[in-house]
Design a protein around this ligand. Structure first.
Ligand code: G3P
Length: 316
């Protein structure tokens, strides 16, 4: 048994990529995308053909040249459709990061994504709408879940984000590992041999949510090395980049369950309030900076994608 198979005894493995050819090779059950991964899809060799298909489909539907934003949205849904043909489970697609502080705008954007999926004949139970875990994002996810739209609350760097999501009934959360590690390493606050702070963050979130009995699934994301992945075996899900999935499949190192659900706490924690949420994040420079930085980076990549689409339209 290789390490990937050993790991899969305890944890559902998800491929963190938008590249359909990688998904075809790796045979994951599920996949996650984000604006940066999507930009890579459109920058790749097959990106131009994909743009042609999306452009022609939209032009035929509306009998007019489509806008940049229409192509971007349909492009995202098109990639999701192609991924779904290669997996049996769900794919996560992300709401525009620039909306991360506007609850109503995120709800509307998510509804538009879901409608586009329906228009392409996608079973929307196989879609998770990814939303940044700002206070506003979590409120949007609460409403979307109430409407039956399952969400993946992403960019989680702090337990209060995880707890607020669980209390809001969010289907799945994505606590990031590698970006926490990056923050500590960049400041010389982590040394070789010390416990990885990103791993510790997911361990704390796992213990907190399981001890409170929440159904919200926990999916560790953003890895920098195999050790981080192996330290989180037992997490509900781990979304892993293709290069690490290949490394795990080529290794025979044993993978043992590292995360076990604790006993249920005797008392439920009180609801996270907006003030409490903002204060907790404010007190944690890493979480504050990484959430902000994550939104900024995803937004930048969405702008780059829009520029790429504009350049494509200019050539038409
Ligand atoms: O799923 C989240 C993941 O794509 C982020 O990974 O490597 O950009 O921190 P990374």
């Amino acid at each position: 048994m290789n390490t990937l198979e050993a790991l899969q005894q305890y944890t559902r493995v998800v491929a963190d990529t938008g590249q359909v050819d990688e998904i075809r090779q790796l045979h994951p059950e599920e996949a996650t995308t984000n604006p940066s991964l999507l930009l890579k899809v459109f920058q790749s060799d097959s990106g131009r053909q994909l743009l042609d298909k999306v452009y022609e489909a939209l032009k035929a539907k509306n009998n007019a040249s489509p806008s940049v934003s229409a192509i971007a949205q349909m492009g995202l849904v098109w990639v999701a459709t192609e991924i779904l043909l290669c997996i049996t489970g769900r794919v996560s697609i992300e709401v525009e990061a620039r909306l991360s502080f506007d609850t109503q705008a995120m709800i509307q954007a998510a509804k538009r994504l879901v409608q586009s999926c329906k228009d392409l004949g996608i079973d929307t139970r196989r879609i998770l709408i990814k939303i940044a875990s700002t206070w506003e994002g979590i409120q949007a996810a609460r409403e979307l879940e109430r409407l039956g739209i399952a969400c993946n609350a992403t960019l989680i760097f702090h337990e209060q984000q995880a707890l607020a999501c669980a209390q809001a009934g969010v289907t799945l959360i994505s606590p990031f590992v590698g970006r926490i590690y990056d923050w500590y390493v960049a400041r010389g606050l982590w040394k070789e041999g010390e416990v990885d702070p990103g791993v510790q963050s997911v361990q704390r979130i796992f213990t907190l949510l399981k001890s409170q009995g929440y159904k919200t699934e926990i999916m560790g994301a953003s890895f920098r090395n195999i050790d981080e992945i192996l330290a989180l075996v037992g997490c509900d899900r781990l979304t892993i980049a293709p290069k690490f999935l290949k490394q795990l499949a080529e290794s025979t190192e044993p993978a043992e369950c590292q995360l076990k659900a604790p006993a249920l706490a005797k008392e439920k924690l009180p609801p996270v309030t907006e003030a409490g949420f903002r204060w907790a994040l404010n007190q944690d420079p890493m979480a504050t900076e990484k959430l902000s930085d994550g939104i900024r980076l995803f937004a930048q990549d969405s702008v780059k994608l829009a520029q790429l689409i504009q350049a494509y339209l200019d050539q038409k």
